[in-house]
Design a protein around this ligand. Structure first.
Ligand code: ADP
Ligand code: SF4
Length: 685
C-alpha cells in the first residue's frame, strides 16, 4: 500500500494540451544508443514507462546535419527516414500510458560536425568547444531564418513520430539558443545581440515556431540552464531568472537546470542529493506553467517536499531512472526499501563519451533490455532448482546470489570476513564515496527478502570445504588484490629496487596503514582510486607526491565528468602533481621517475611508495578446485564459474554485471545466448 504522504507524487499534471498521469518525469538523457541502436533505445525507454515514469524523454535529438554530435550517438530527426526509429520509442512509451518527449537540439559551436563537415554556426565567430581545430562562423540573418525552418520541420517530424512533448533546448551551454542568451558567446550588434531582449529573441522565436507547428497536439517544453557557474556566464541571481521571467508563460513546461553538463550531473563525490535546489527555488512563482528540475532525487520524502514547498511540479530524473526504472512503481506500491538508489558515480555518462550503450553500476540490466532481453525486475525461474554456493560477498557475489535466489535456487552466500560488501565496503569509506555503499544496501535488503538465500559470514572456504558443501553450482567471487610490484600499463615488469623502499598498496591504506611522509603515489590506474587515496592521506597529515604517466590526474574520469574537479581538489590540498612521468627505479631515499616523452630522469625524494597500478585476480580457490575435476564430479558439482574481479578486475559496475550475468546465464544453452544487434539497412545503389 502506498504511504499517503506520497499521494501528491501521483497527481496528474496538465502540460499544455497533454496530461501526465503522475509527477515522475524522466528528463532527456544520453545513452550511447540513439540513432545507431534504435530498438535498444526504444526498449530501454519503454521499460521506464512500465516502471511508472509519467513522462519519458529522448536524449538530445539532432534536427539536421548542420549540427550533428558525432562521435556521440544521439537521436536523430534529420529527415522523414528517421521517423520510424523514434516512432518505435513512442509506441514503447505509450504502451504503458506515459507521455513521450523529444529534446530537439541544435548545438552550434558545441558541435564541431566531425561527420557532416558542415561549418558550425554560432552567434559570433568563435572556436568550437573542445580542441577540434574548427571555428564556428557567425550566423547571418538568412542562417537564423534557415535554423528556424529546420527546427519547425523537425518539430513536425517529431509530432508524426508520436511525441507528446517537443523541446526547445537551451541547456548545458550546448544548445545554440543558449549561446545567443549569453554575452560571453553573443557579441552581435544586430537585433539578435546586445540587450537582453535581443539575446532572447531566437529562443522566443523557436518557442513560438514550435507552438505554431505542433502546439495543437504537443506540449512545448524549454530546457533552460539558469546558471553557468563560470565568471562572466549566466547566473541564477542575474539574467538567468530574468530570462525565465520574461518568457515565463510562453512554453507549456519549463525544464530547469544548470550548465554545463558536469555541473548538472555532478557526482556524489562532489555534491549531495538535491544540490540544484538553490537554483530552482523561486522560479515557480514567476510562471503559471509547470516546472521540472533535477538533483539526483531518490528519496520520496525529498520529492514530496519539493512539490509541497512549491519548488517543483514534476520530479525530474535521469540517473535515478537509470539506476531504478521502477522507482515510481515502488513508491506507488509502498515498496520503498526495494528502490535501487543511484550512487552518483556517473559510469552511465561514460557510455556517451565512449559512444557505447550506457551501463550502470546499480542496474546491470541497463542497456541490455533489448539486446539480451533483460528486465530490471524479473528473471526466468530455473527449470530444476538446486543448491548454489556463492563464495565471496563483494558486489559480484551479492548480485549473483540475489539473482540466483530470485530465480528460485537455494543459495548459500559465504563470506570470509564478518563484513559483507568486499571492495565496496572498503571503498565507500574513502573520501566522498559514502553513497557507494548503496550497492551493498540494496542487495542485502533484497537478499533478506529471499527465503531461499542464506548468508554465512566469517567463513573462509578452502577447496575441501567447497567439495564438502556439495552444491550443484559453484560461483567463485573472491575478488582481487592490488599488485605490490608496480606492474600495470606503464611498467610491464616489476619496478627495479622495490626492496629498498617501504611499499604500500591501496589495500594497505584501506586497511588503515598510514605511510611515512612524503609518499610517492604512483597512479597507473587512472580512475578514482589514486586521487581518493591522496585525499585521505593528506587529511591524515601525509605529504603526497602524485605521479602519473598520463597528461592529467585520474584521466579516465573525463568520462564521468569529474576530472577537473578531482585535479582542482588535489591542487587545493597541496598535493604535488607530476604528470607524464613513469617510475624507473626505487632507491633507499627516493624514487627515480622518467619523462614519458624524453626518458629524462627525475629524482623524487620519497619515504615510501604507494603503488596504484593494477590488480591480480584472487583465483587460488578456483585453481585448487580446477586441479581435481574428479573430486568435483564425485561431490556432485556440475558447474564452477569465476565471477567479478576474480575473473578479471574491473569497475564495480563490471563486477555487478558479471555476477548478474552468470546468475542469469549459467544454465542456458550456449546458442540461446545471442546478443541481438541492429544492422544498418543498405540504400538502393
Ligand atoms: P568483486 O568486486 O568481484 O565482488 P570483492 O573483492 O569486492 O570482489 O569481494 C570479494 C569478497 O570475497 C571479499 O569480501 C573477500 O573477503 C571474499 N573472499 C575471498 N576469498 C574467500 C574465500 N576463500 N572464502 C570466502 N570468502 C572469500
Ligand atoms: Fe547512478 Fe552510477 Fe547508475 Fe549512473 S551509473 S545511474 S550515476 S548508479
Amino acid at each position: 500500500m502506498r504511504d499517503p504522504r506520497y499521494d501528491i507524487l501521483f497527481e496528474p499534471v496538465q502540460i499544455g494540451p497533454v496530461r501526465t498521469r503522475n509527477r515522475f518525469y524522466q528528463v532527456p538523457h544520453c545513452n550511447g544508443m540513439g540513432h545507431v541502436h534504435p530498438s535498444a533505445m526504444a526498449s530501454m525507454r519503454g521499460i521506464k514507462a512500465q516502471g511508472g515514469w509519467g513522462v519519458v524523454c529522448t536524449e538530445e535529438c539532432e534536427i539536421s546535419p548542420q549540427s550533428e554530435f558525432s562521435p556521440c550517438i544521439e537521436a536523430r530527426l534529420w529527415d522523414e527516414r528517421d521517423i520510424p526509429a523514434l516512432a518505435r520509442m513512442c509506441e514503447a512509451v505509450h504502451q504503458h500510458g506515459s507521455l513521450a518527449g523529444v529534446e530537439l537540439a541544435f548545438n552550434g559551436y558545441s558541435a564541431p560536425n566531425r561527420y557532416s563537415r558542415e561549418i558550425p554556426w554560432a552567434p559570433s565567430n568563435t572556436p568550437v568547444r573542445g580542441y577540434d581545430p574548427v571555428q564556428a562562423r557567425a550566423m547571418s540573418r538568412a542562417d537564423i531564418k534557415h535554423l528556424r525552418e529546420m527546427h519547425r520541420a523537425a518539430a513536425l517530424r517529431a509530432r508524426e513520430a508520436g511525441f507528446d512533448i517537443v523541446y526547445v533546448y537551451a541547456g548545458h551551454d550546448l544548445g545554440l539558443p543558449f549561446h545567443f542568451l549569453t554575452p560571453r558567446n553573443n557579441r552581435r550588434t544586430d537585433e539578435y545581440g546586445g540587450v537582453l531582449e535581443n539575446r532572447i529573441r531566437l529562443l522566443r522565436e523557436l518557442i513560438e515556431d514550435t507552438r505554431d507547428a505542433v502546439g495543437d497536439r504537443c506540449a512545448v517544453a524549454v530546457r533552460l540552464a539558469v546558471d553557468e557557474q563560470v565568471s562572466g556566464g549566466l547566473s541564477r541571481e542575474g539574467e538567468g531568472a530574468e530570462i525565465f521571467s520574461i518568457l515565463a508563460d510562453l512554453p507549456d513546461l519549463w525544464d530547469i537546470n544548470v550548465a554545463d553538463w558536469s555541473n548538472d550531473s555532478i557526482t556524489s563525490r562532489f555534491a549531495a542529493e538535491g544540490y540544484q535546489e538553490a537554483f530552482l527555488t523561486g522560479l515557480k512563482a514567476l510562471t503559471t506553467k509547470p516546472v521540472v528540475g533535477v538533483g539526483r532525487f531518490t528519496s520520496p520524502d525529498t520529492m514530496a517536499s519539493l512539490v509541497r514547498r512549491g519548488v517543483l511540479d514534476l520530479i525530474g530524473a535521469a540517473r535515478p531512472s537509470i539506476a531504478d526504472p521502477f522507482l515510481p512503481k515502488k513508491i506507488e506500491e509502498g515498496r520503498m526499501d526495494e528502490i535501487r538508489e543511484c550512487i552518483g558515480c556517473n559510469v552511465c555518462v561514460s557510455g556517451d563519451h565512449t559512444s557505447t550503450p550506457l551501463r550502470c553500476t546499480q542496474n546491470p540490466t541497463m542497456g541490455e533490455e533489448w539486446r539480451r532481453g533483460w528486465h530490471p525486475e524479473s528473471v526466468r525461474r530455473v527449470h530444476s532448482p538446486g543448491r548454489a554456493l556463492v563464495i565471496g560477498a563483494g558486489p559480484a557475489g551479492l548480485e549473483c546470489a540475489r539473482v540466483l535466489g530470485a530465480r528460485g535456487m537455494e543459495v548459500a552466500l559465504v563470506e570470509g570476513l564478518r563484513q559483507v560488501g568486499g571492495r565496496v565496503a572498503l571503498e565507500s569509506r574513502l573520501p566522498g564515496l559514502s553513497n557507494w555503499s548503496r550497492v551493498i544496501d540494496y542487495r542485502l535488503d533484497a537478499l533478506s527478502r529471499l527465503a531461499s538465500v542464506e548468508i554465512y559470514r566469517e567463513s573462509r572456504l578452502e577447496a575441501q570445504d567447497v567439495l564438502d558443501f556439495a552444491a550443484a553450482h559453484v560461483f567463485i567471487a573472491t575478488g582481487s588484490r592490488w599488485r605490490r610490484d608496480g606492474l600495470g600499463r606503464a611498467l610491464r615488469q616489476a619496478l627495479p629496487g622495490l626492496e629498498t623502499l617501504p611499499i604500500l598498496t591501496p589495500d594497505d591504506v584501506m586497511a588503515g596503514a598510514v605511510p611515512p611522509s612524503p609518499v610517492l603515489l604512483f597512479d597507473d590506474d587512472h580512475y578514482y582510486m589514486g586521487s581518493v587515496l591522496a585525499e585521505r592521506l593528506v587529511v591524515q597529515g601525509v605529504d603526497v607526491i602524485f605521479v602519473t604517466p598520463a597528461a592529467d590526474v585520474a584521466t579516465w574520469t573525463h568520462n564521468t565528468l569529474e576530472q577537473h574537479r578531482i585535479q582542482r581538489r588535489l591542487l587545493e590540498l597541496n598535493v604535488t602533481i607530476i604528470t607524464s612521468h613513469t617510475l624507473a627505479t626505487a632507491t633507499p631515499d627516493d624514487a627515480i621517475a622518467s619523462c614519458v616523452y624524453t626518458g629524462r630522469p627525475r629524482v623524487i625524494p620519497a619515504a615510501c611508495l604507494l603503488l596504484v597500478t593494477s590488480r591480480e585476480p584472487e583465483q587460488a580457490l578456483y585453481g585448487a578446485l580446477d586441479q581435481s575435476p574428479g573430486s568435483l564430479w564425485a561431490a556432485g558439482i556440475k558447474t564452477v564459474a569465476l565471477v567479478g574481479d576474480c575473473l578479471a578486475p574491473g569497475t564495480i559496475a563490471a563486477a555487478v554485471y558479471s555476477g548478474h550475468r552468470q546468475a542469469r546465464e549459467f544454465d542456458a544453452a550456449a546458442d540461446s545466448l545471442v546478443m541481438r544487434r541492429e544492422i544498418a539497412c543498405l540504400e538502393v545503389k
